[in-house]
Ligand binder design. Structure first.
Ligand code: ATP
Ligand code: MG
Ligand code: MG
Length: 550
């Protein structure tokens, strides 16, 4: 069950509601449509939409689309689908920062008129040099003291397209000596010709910066609490400055929390984009990706991702979360809800020499050991079966409890068998076992001896042939690219193992893409969208127990 937990942001908001500062809270989730959402975004989605839901407020979905080069409509649509899939709804509260371009322009004019913004002609390099450093104050731009009239005229001409890219910017006139570098006359507008924006087309050759756009968008939408990650803490004075200086209708409060970092993966959109474009993975929804689309295809449920987000909590301290945390959230969900099935991933044929040829009987199996309401199914049992290769050892290691020459094992939900003969090919490879079945052992223990091992099996004649894709961590090290190395060098070359000759119990033939099961003794699996009617394809979601660090 999901368990929303309290955190310092929730406490601030509850106090604001209790004191009457706000009657109703408004949050927003502001993705940039320059990639697919990842598990880090889920943390922000669950926080923003979750707080609104729990505390009777609203949460807007706002595309932060001020950077047209890398943004597109495919990403807009994928983000919407992922937010919905996670179980949240923005109703009619869908916004684009680009909706405000005209208003943002007017507010910039207002700042110019107040003497609080100016058109600067320093190049990017010069501007950097003038900005100073942490230990050294900045220097005023030579263009800082232009008259309001001149600034208004130049800004209008910037908009009209009279000047080339990089030749002019509009800057806030704040304080070049501020100890906070973000306050040293930050840029509000840049010139970008020749780009087609996915929402505004070619209407603009002037694009506002994130730092200028974000607070104003929040204020225009009446956002009460603007929740963002810690790297924006130093930008808060600037956020507040913009909200103070222009005539916006409300005053939102920015609160920062630490971003999610997860071991054995990467989360920056640049790196995720590279993984896709350089074909290290098969797409944004590759089951090895930490994207929401990848996790969905991997078999994660929305509830498990929400629960993970609650378990990691919201704080201000940077830390690294173990992959085992994410996996235990889905394992707990699937343990409770996934029907059990038998699937032989590495088949080894067993012929039951004393079982009549042509005879087929049906044995009953429970769909869930702890949940009787999930019912029973019938499994065909016949003379030729498949068992997993790893459940037989000719020379067993100490403590091996499965099948050995001359030994006995129970076939799950069916009989006890004894291995009488091992058939090998010319290369000495075991290709078949001959065994005898003890017909007195269906649902009861054999007389006078103990049989400890239980293995899974599928009737050879009834089994469904399938592909099963086993996934391992995408990176070999916990923090890829640590110490300035290329994170690509840390990619795990064995992160995908496709088993193409698996045999599944017949009930799995009709499983639909997205259906999840436990393959007994193997792990949790989901039907991949690549599955065809006669050819199921399954993805390993997670193993039965935590194997991280082993
Ligand atoms: P990147 O830096 O990789 O481009 P981003 O933070 O710019 O990512 P956005 O699309 O702007 O990506 O993010 C939308 C929202 O999701 C932001 O409010 C951001 O703070 C939040 N977010 C992004 N990554 C994480 C993360 N790892 N943990 C928590 N929140 C995150
Ligand atoms: Mg970004
Ligand atoms: Mg961003």
């Amino acid at each position: 069950a999901e368990s929303p937990r309290t955190n310092f942001i929730r406490q601030i908001i509850e106090a604001d509601l209790a004191s009457g500062k706000h009657k109703r809270i408004a949050t927003r989730f502001p993705p940039e449509p320059n990639g697919y959402l990842h598990i880090g975004h889920a943390k922000s989605i669950v926080l923003n939409f979750g707080l609104a839901q729990d505390l009777g407020g609203t949460c807007n979905l706002r595309f932060d689309d001020t950077n047209p080069h890398k943004e597109n409509v495919e990403f807009v649509e994928a983000i919407k689908a992922d937010v919905r899939w996670l179980g949240f709804d923005w109703d009619d509260r869908l916004y684009f920062a680009s909706d405000y371009f005209e208003q943002l322009y007017d507010f910039a004019v207002e700042l110019i008129k107040k003497g609080l913004a100016y058109v600067c002609e320093l190049s990017a390099d010069e501007m950097r040099a003038y900005r100073g450093t942490l230990t050294e104050s900045g220097k005023d731009s030579p263009y800082r003291n232009r008259s309001v009239e001149e600034n208004l005229d130049l800004f209008a001409r910037m908009r009209a397209g009279e000047f080339p890219d990089g030749s002019r910017t509009l800057r806030a006139r704040i304080d070049m000596a501020s100890p906070n570098i973000n306050m040293r006359d930050p840029v509000l507008y840049r010139i970008k010709h020749g780009v087609v924006h996915h929402q505004t087309g070619t209407a603009w050759c002037l694009y506002p910066t994130y730092d200028y756009t974000h607070p104003i968008s929040d204020a225009l939408e009446g956002i009460t609490h603007s929740l963002c990650t810690l790297e924006f803490e130093d930008h808060r004075p600037l956020y507040d400055w913009y909200v103070d200086k222009v005539s916006v209708p409300s005053k939102p409060r920015q609160i920062e929390f630490s971003r999610l970092n997860l071991e054995y993966t990467v989360m920056s959109k640049r790196r995720l984009t590279d993984l896709v474009s350089e074909s290290h993975v098969q797409g944004w929804d590759d089951p090895r990706m930490p994207t929401i689309a990848g996790l969905r295809r991997r078999g994660y449920t929305p509830a498990s991702i929400r629960e993970f987000c609650y378990r990691i909590g919201i704080t201000k301290s940077e830390n690294m979360v173990e992959m085992a945390m994410l996996e235990s959230a889905i394992r707990d969900d699937l343990d409770a809800h996934a029907p059990r099935r038998m699937a032989v991933l590495r088949p080894l044929k067993v012929v039951l020499t004393n079982y009549p040829e042509g005879q087929v009987e049906e044995v009953e199996a429970r769909n869930h050991p702890k949940d009787e309401s999930m019912g029973l199914r019938r499994l065909p049992f016949s003379r030729e079966l498949y068992m997993d290769r790893s459940d037989f050892e000719e020379v067993p290691p100490k403590g091996f409890k499965r099948l050995i020459p001359g030994g006995e094992v129970r076939l799950r939900n069916a009989y006890v068998i004894r291995c009488d003969e091992v058939i090998k090919d010319a290369a000495g490879e075991v290709v078949e076992l001959r065994a005898s079945v003890d017909m007195e052992t269906l649902g009861k223990n054999p007389e006078g001896r103990k049989v400890k091992g239980v293995i899974h099996w599928v009737s050879a004649q009834h089994g469904v042939s399938a592909e099963v894709r086993l996934y391992d961590r995408l990176f070999q090290v916990a923090t890829p690219g640590a110490g300035g190395a290329d994170y690509r060098d840390d990619i795990n070359p064995g992160s995908l193992e496709a088993l193409t000759h698996c045999v599944l119990e017949p009930a799995l033939a009709s499983a639909q893409a997205g259906e999840r099961f436990q393959f007994e003794r193997e792990g949790y699996f989901v039907v991949d969208p690549d599955a065809m009617p006669e050819r199921p394809v399954f993805n390993l979601t997670v193993g039965l127990r935590d194997t991280w660090g082993k």
